[in-house]
Design a protein around this ligand. Sequence first.
Ligand SMILES: C[S@@+](CC[C@H](N)C(=O)[O-])C[C@H]1O[C@@H](n2cnc3c(N)ncnc32)[C@H](O)[C@@H]1O
Length: 341
Amino acid sequence: MTVTTRRATIDADAVFKLLELGDYLLPYTIRAVCLLGVADALAHGPLPMATLAEATGTHEPTLRKTMEYLATRDVFAVDADGEVALTPLSDLLRAEHPYSARDIFLSPVACTRAMEGLDEAIRTGGPAFDAVHGRSLWDHLKSHPDDGEAFDRVMSGVTGMELVAILRACDWRRFGSIVDVGGGNGGFLASLLKRVRNARGVLFDLPGVVAHADEQFATAGVSDRAEVVPGSFLEGPIPAGADAYVLKRILYSWSDDEAVGILGRVRAAMHPQSRLFIMEAGRHGEEPPVLARRMDLLMHTLTAGGARTLAEQSALLDRAGLRLVRSMPTPMFPIIEAQPA
Ligand SMILES: C[S@@+](CC[C@H](N)C(=O)[O-])C[C@H]1O[C@@H](n2cnc3c(N)ncnc32)[C@H](O)[C@@H]1O
């Protein structure tokens, strides 16, 4: 709709769309309801507003505003009597949902605050996170254990969905041993070992990050087939001689030279028949552009990394003495398989 005044023409649709894009409130409101367990309280069916407020220990009039606002975005449904129900979106915010996305909204505030440094990042090419916090994301997470644990949970938060994509893309039963390099808190490796019953697994990540990985393995019932090796993929050797190596959401956080260094250390650990799987958002062309472009800029915001094209990834492999075997598109991200050159 275009409204013409004496001075100028106002494109009301453009104004509305722009205001929608500038809605900072939405992700933080979803974060708040995740912290308060609102979706969990609705797991067994719709509830009147007053009952929901009581169940979540919240202030009913403010909860009503919150639910009505989120209902405008289909995150919850509120009927004329004020009864609140889950929608397909808020169902995914339940902690117990098998593909729960709840932890994604509980990302450390330091990561969302990093976006305040985007102007600086765009000027200089450096990471926005460092511009705001005066140190790298990894140093911050090391010195703030609560944020470190929250970050690890965000990382393993989408593991359920990723695992489905990864299991469909490749037959993992052909591997007797798997090393998850930079595998975080072990959530992904534990789930993978649970499905691939003949395999043994090694989790390799920084000492503080793997400190509680044993609990993940015990919960998944795979402790007898899982080992934890603390270390840095920037310096030390990576556990050698496994059939498969995984670099999931690692390389896009590092510069080309650093990524070649990491790949070279993985290459040194591989035997001639080992395979390497690289799994992360890329710019291969098959993925939805919104996702690829968002991840590209998000990685730059946090670490000055970015999503790469297949040609760029292939060039890094070459430099590290590896060879691209194939690239497998999945509904989530492309998976690259490589082997020693
Ligand atoms: C984006 S997270 C991905 C975690 C996991 N692979 C996943 O996909 O959920 C990056 C991981 O790299 C790890 N990392 C960062 N620097 C590292 C280093 N120098 N050596 C080993 N791991 C490191 C972090 O601790 C973190 O677990």
